[in-house]
Design a protein around this ligand. Structure first.
Ligand code: LHQ
Length: 255
C-alpha cells in the first residue's frame, strides 16, 4: 500500500491504491506512519516526499472500508489519522506533500500537513467531508484557517468546492505548481536541493516554527534563544561560517 524509494537522501513514500485514488484504509495509514517514524531515525534520509500513485493524491478515508468496523469514529481517528498527522508535524526532517492529483477529505488534510506543498498543475483539493455530513478531520480545522483565515476555511468546508492549482497557489495552500508531465522529476530536483541544506538547522527551524504557531511572542523568543544555542554548537554552523569566509559553497552533507 506504500511504496518507498530513497534517492540522493530523498525518501519518496507513494500511497499506492491507485484504483481508489489512494483512498486510505487502516493498513495504509499505519504503514505510512511507521515508514515516517523509520525515516526519522534513518540518517541517510534528509527529506521525505509524500505522493500518490496514478491520477490521485489521496481521496481520504476508503468509504468501502468503514461499515461494520468495531471502532467508533473517535477511536478510529486516535488510532490512525491523528498519529499520522502528529508524526508528520513532529518529524525532524522536512516533509514535502507532492500533490500529484486530487486530494480529498483526509487526503486534503495530508496535502496541507507537509512542511512544503508542491502541486502538479492538474492537482486539486476538496474539503469533501460535508458531502457525507462529517466534519473536517486529520488537522484540517487547525491548518486551513491558519492558511486562509476562518471565513474562507468555513466556506471551503461548507460547500466542498474543488480548489484548483492556480487558486491553491493564490490562497497559500501550496508553494509551487509544476507541469504534470515533469512533476515527479521537478519534485525530486526540488527535494534534492532541500536535502543539501543543513539538516540539523532545519530540524530546529521546524521545531521552533511548529511551537511558535501556538505560542505568544515571549515564548517564541525564549524558544529561539534556546534552540539557537543547539544550532550554534553544531558543526553545521562552523561549516557555514568557514564556507562564507573562504567564499566557497558550504558542504552540509557528511557521508
Ligand atoms: C473511492 C474513494 C473513497 C473509496 C474515490 N473511498 N473509493 C475519517 C475517519 C472515519 C471515517 C470517515 O472519514 C474520515 C476522513 C475522511 O477522509 S472523510 C472523506 C472521505 N472521502 C470522500 O468522501 C471522497 C469520495 N470521493 C470523491 O468525492 C471523488 O472520488 C473525488 C472527488 C475524490 C474524485 O472524483 P473523480 O475524479 O470523479 O473520481 P471517481 O469518483 O470516479 O473515483 C475513481 C475511483 O476511486 C472510483 O472507483 P470506480 O471503481 O468507480 O472506478 C471511486 O469509487 C474510487 N474512490 N474516492 N474515498
Amino acid at each position: 500500500v506504500i511504496l518507498a524509494r530513497t534517492q540522493a537522501h530523498v525518501l519518496t513514500l507513494t500511497l499506492n491504491r491507485p484504483d481508489k485514488l489512494n483512498a486510505a484504509n487502516d493498513e495504509l495509514l499505519l504503514t505510512l506512519t511507521r515508514e515516517l517514524q523509520a525515516a526519522d531515525a534513518n540518517p541517510d534520509v534528509r527529506v521525505v516526499v509524500l505522493t500518490g500513485a496514478g491520477r490521485g493524491f489521496c481521496a481520504g478515508q476508503d468509504l468501502g472500508d468503514v461499515s461494520g468496523r468495531d471502532m467508533t469514529f473517535t477511536e478510529h481517528l486516535h488510532h490512525t489519522y491523528n498519529p499520522l498527522i502528529r508524526t508528520i508535524r513532529g518529524l525532524g526532517k522536512p516533509v514535502i506533500s507532492a500533490v500529484n492529483g486530487v486530494a480529498a477529505g483526509a487526503g486534503a488534510s495530508l496535502a496541507l500537513a507537509g512542511d512544503i506543498r508542491l502541486w502538479a498543475a492538474s492537482a486539486s483539493l476538496i474539503e469533501v467531508f460535508s458531502n457525507i455530513a462529517l466534519i473536517p478531520d486529520s488537522g484540517s480545522t487547525w491548518t486551513l484557517p491558519r492558511l486562509v483565515g476562518y471565513h474562507r476555511a468555513f466556506e471551503l468546508m461548507a460547500l466542498a468546492e474543488r480548489v484548483r492549482a492556480e487558486d491553491a497557489l493564490r490562497l497559500g495552500l501550496c508553494e509551487h505548481v509544476f507541469a504534470d508531465d515533469t512533476f515527479a522529476a521537478d519534485v525530486q530536483a526540488y527535494a534534492e536541493r532541500l536535502a543539501q541544506r543543513p539538516a540539523h538547522a532545519l530540524k530546529l527551524t521546524k521545531q521552533a516554527l511548529v511551537a511558535a504557531l501556538t505560542s505568544g511572542l515571549d515564548e517564541a523568543l525564549d524558544q529561539e534563544a534556546a534552540l539557537q544555542q543547539l544550532a550554534g554548537d553544531h558543526w553545521e554552523h562552523e561549516e557555514g561560517v568557514s564556507a562564507f569566509k573562504a567564499k566557497r559553497a558550504p558542504q552540509f552533507i557528511r557521508e
